[in-house]
Design a protein around this ligand. Structure first.
Ligand code: EPU
Length: 419
């Protein structure tokens, strides 16, 4: 198993380009199932979760090929889908697989997807996905751990999500594009990835309005066509690289992103005392010394993203006085904290809040990654720590970051991967 070795205390400086958004890509790949003919996705990030989705779409029978001339371009043709069934072996590797259920039932009249179960960061039920699909008229059955959804033609209706769910909104929105009549989704997620999906679906022929607000209206159409779509930059990767600049007291510029999707992150980074400059498609951070105490509460978009909580917590470990970080989205997303403590961080947990007392420096220690964003926070801590840190189980980081060690090395980090 690979390890990442970091010799800390190098100041990071320079410009780096972010990859396409992992989470946008996963929903757009599922959406490709809805179109007649080929959908071509550009700027696809080369991360493991995308590889899992490629395997899943192929298992369904779709043709999925990387373009011979552009290794970030993925061609998906769903015409050959033969078995609308997503096997447990693939679903258990990646919960986002569940997003194929809506497109499958809407386009092919039935879909079978394994119940994904919980994961490291929480129980993560799928009740809201099922509530939405059932309201559209799909018959839902759980059989031996597999969720089956049937429905010759779904019917538009009004659905109020009990909680805000990103993939739930996306799953039901995709299904509703081919339903008869109008569907209204209330308490819909407002994340940029939902907006991007709606935009691509509209270019495929769907009629969707309101994406980006908490009410999305979808007027069903009889069929959709394949399209070409360029995936936007990954806002969480961008935030992580900026955090690397902050924790190393450096000056880092990330390009290839829409800064308006990062307002809440930029606001918190500024509160720590970092100087942030926003351009049309880039953001730069210049650290002004030890970070100031702040209060962070994760929330659905446009709130501070849970996917940046672990990374910002690492930044706050090296700083002044005490900060409070409250996680409201997932019940178990503090697994990086015991590992940060092993590196000398002073953090105590009180229910859903972490009280972080900044220290002048962290100390290298062998640590273990437990999930994607936790791994990112350990790499950040290692960049600031005295000595050499070895981070094991880095397959977690490869799920969502593309060659992170190469990007950080290009900014001056002393980092390498050992196989
Ligand atoms: N939830 C339910 N019932 C549902 C769906 C969700 O109770 O039917 C709960 C979840 O357990 C959680 C909350 O609702 O407590 C929000 O979960 P959400 O459904 O919004 O999460 P998701 O759609 O499964 C996506 C991202 C996550 C990101 C969350 C929140 C993808 C592939 N994943 O997950 O990304 O943390 O939204 O923003 O888009 C990551 O990239 O590291 C990651 C975990």
């Amino acid at each position: 198993m690979d390890r990442i070795i970091v010799r800390g205390e190098a100041r990071l400086e320079g410009t780096v380009r972010v990859a396409g958004s992992k989470n946008a890509t996963l929903s757009l790949m599922a959406a490709a199932l809805l179109g007649r003919g080929e959908t071509v996705l550009e700027n696809v990030p080369k991360v493991r979760d995308v590889g899992h989705m490629v395997d899943l779409l192929r298992a369904l029978g779709a043709s999925v090929e990387w373009d011979a001339e552009d290794d970030r371009c993925l061609r998906i043709d769903p015409e050959s889908v033969a078995t609308p069934e997503a096997p447990y072996d693939l679903v258990r590797k990646m919960r986002a697989s569940f997003m194929v259920l809506g497109p499958l039932v809407a386009r092919f009249g039935c879909g079978r997807v394994s119940e994904p179960g919980g994961c490291a960061i929480g129980v993560r039920p799928i009740d809201q996905h099922l509530k939405g699909l059932a309201a559209l008229g799909a018959k839902i059955r759980l059989d031996a751990g597999v969720i089956e959804a049937f429905g010759a033609r779904l019917c538009g209706t009004q659905i109020h999500f009990d909680i805000t769910t990103v993939n739930g909104t996306q799953n039901v929105m995709m299904a509703a594009t081919l339903a008869q009549g109008e569907t209204i989704l209330d308490n819909a997620a407002r994340e940029p990835e939902v907006v991007e999906l709606a935009e691509m679906l509209c270019r495929m022929g769907a009629r969707i309005s309101g994406a980006g607000s908490d009410r999305i209206v979808i007027r069903g159409v009889s069929d959709l066509r394949g399209v070409r779509h360029e995936i936007s930059g990954d806002r969480i990767e961008a935030g992580t690289l900026l955090a690397a600049g902050m924790i190393t007291r450096g000056a880092v510029r990330v390009e290839g992103i829409d800064p308006t999707s990062m307002d809440s992150m930029v606001e918190k980074m500024r509160e720590t005392g970092a100087a942030i400059e926003v351009e049309t498609d880039a953001i730069s951070v210049v650290s002004q010394g030890a970070s100031r105490p702040i209060r962070v509460v994760t929330a659905p978009y446009p709130g501070f993203p849970t996917d940046m909580q672990a990374q910002l917590t690492a930044v706050l470990c090296v700083g002044e006085s005490s900060s409070v970080v409250t996680e409201t989205i997932f019940e178990n997303r503090f697994m990086h904290i015991p590992e940060l403590v092993r590196m000398g961080a002073d953090i105590s947990l009180d229910g859903r809040s972490a009280h972080v007392r900044g220290r002048p420096f962290l100390t290298a220690a062998p640590v273990m990654a437990t999930d994607l964003r936790a791994s990112a926070s350990l790499i950040l801590a290692a960049l600031a720590a005295r000595g050499e840190t070895a981070i094991s189980r880095v397959y977690h980081i490869d799920r969502g970051y593309e060659r992170i060690e190469e990007k950080l090395a290009s900014l001056g980090a002393e980092i390498r991967r050992e196989t």
